[in-house]
Ligand binder design. Structure first.
Ligand code: RET
Length: 251
C-alpha cells in the first residue's frame, strides 16, 4: 500500500484524466482531417488515429484501475486488485510498432525501402517492449538489469535505423519537410528516453510514493507527447507534402 496525500492522489487522478481525453481528442482530430491531405498520406493519419484510440482505451482502464486499487488515498500496488501497470506494456506493445509504421507511411518512400524499414523496425520495437516487461514486474534487481539490458539492444537498433538509415532517405524530401522530419526524430528521442529512465528508478533506489508519482506523471506526459504531439506533427508533414505536390489549401 502506498499512502498518498490528498493532493498527490488528486494530481494523479487528474493526470490520468488528462491522458485519457488528450488521446480521444487527438483521435477525433486526425480522423476528421483525413480529407485535408492527399490519399497517399492518409494511411499515416489512420495509423495515428489507431495509436491514440488504443491508448485512450488503456488510459480508461488505467484510470479505473487506479480508482479500484484505492482505499481513500491509499493505493494498492501489489496483490489482488492492485494498480495494474501491465496496461502500459500492452499499450506499448501495440502502439510503438504502429508509431514507427506511421513515420514510414508519411514519408511515402519507394515500396522496397518502406518494407525493408518496416520489417526491421516492427519486430525490433515489439521485442524491446516484450523484453522490458519481465524486468518491470520483477522486484529483484538482477532480473531487472538483465531484461533491461536485453531490451536496450533493440532500442539502440531502432535509433540506429531512424538516425542513420532513414537519414539517407531524408535527403530526397522537400526542404521544409526534411527539417520537420528532423524535429520529429528529436521529439521521438526525447520522449522515448523517458521510459528507460523511469524503468531505472527502482534500481537507483528511488522508491515509495514520490517515485510512483514521478513515474505515472512522467509516463503520461511522455505518452501524450509521443502519441498526440507526434501524431499532429505527422499531420503537419502530410499537409506540407500534399501542398508541395499540388493540393490546394481550400480543397
Ligand atoms: C523499457 C525497458 C528498459 C529498457 C528500455 C525500455 C524502452 C521503452 C520504450 C518505450 C516507448 C514507449 C512509447 C510509448 C508510447 O507511445 C521497455 C522501459 C530501452 C522506448 C513510445
Amino acid at each position: 500500500m502506498l499512502e498518498l496525500t490528498a493532493n498527490q492522489w488528486n494530481t494523479l487522478y487528474n493526470v490520468f484524466s488528462f491522458g485519457l481525453i488528450s488521446m480521444l481528442a487527438c483521435t477525433v482530430y486526425t480522423l476528421v482531417s483525413q480529407s485535408r491531405v492527399l490519399p497517399k498520406y492518409r494511411n499515416a493519419l489512420v495509423l495515428s488515429s489507431m495509436v491514440t484510440f488504443i491508448a485512450g482505451y488503456h488510459y480508461w482502464r488505467i484510470f479505473n484501475s487506479f480508482s479500484d486499487a484505492s482505499d481513500g488515498y491509499k493505493v494498492a500496488t501489489t496483490g489482488a486488485g492492485s494498480f495494474n501497470e501491465g496496461y502500459r506494456y500492452v499499450d506499448w506493445l501495440l502502439t510503438v510498432p504502429l508509431l514507427l509504421v506511421e513515420v514510414i507511411a508519411v514519408l511515402a518512400l519507394a515500396k522496397a525501402v518502406s518494407s525493408s524499414l518496416i520489417t526491421r523496425l516492427v519486430p525490433a520495437s515489439a521485442a524491446m517492449i516484450a523484453l522490458g516487461y519481465p524486468g518491470e514486474i520483477s522486484a529483484d534487481d538482477g532480473t531487472k538489469i538483465l531484461w533491461g539490458v536485453l531490451s536496450t539492444i533493440p532500442f539502440l537498433y531502432i535509433l540506429y535505423v531512424l538516425f542513420v538509415e532513414l537519414g539517407k532517405s531524408l535527403e530526397r524530401q522537400p526542404a521544409g519537410v526534411a527539417a520537420t522530419v528532423g524535429r520529429l526524430r528529436w521529439l521521438l528521442l526525447a520522449t522515448w528516453g523517458v521510459y528507460p529512465i523511469s524503468y531505472l528508478f527502482p534500481l537507483l533506489n528511488i522508491t515509495g510514493t514520490d517515485a510512483f508519482m514521478y513515474r505515472q506523471i512522467g509516463y503520461t506526459v511522455a505518452d501524450v507527447l509521443a502519441k498526440c504531439v507526434f501524431g499532429l506533427t505527422i499531420y503537419k508533414i502530410a499537409k506540407m507534402k500534399s501542398a508541395a505536390e499540388g493540393m490546394s489549401e481550400d480543397k
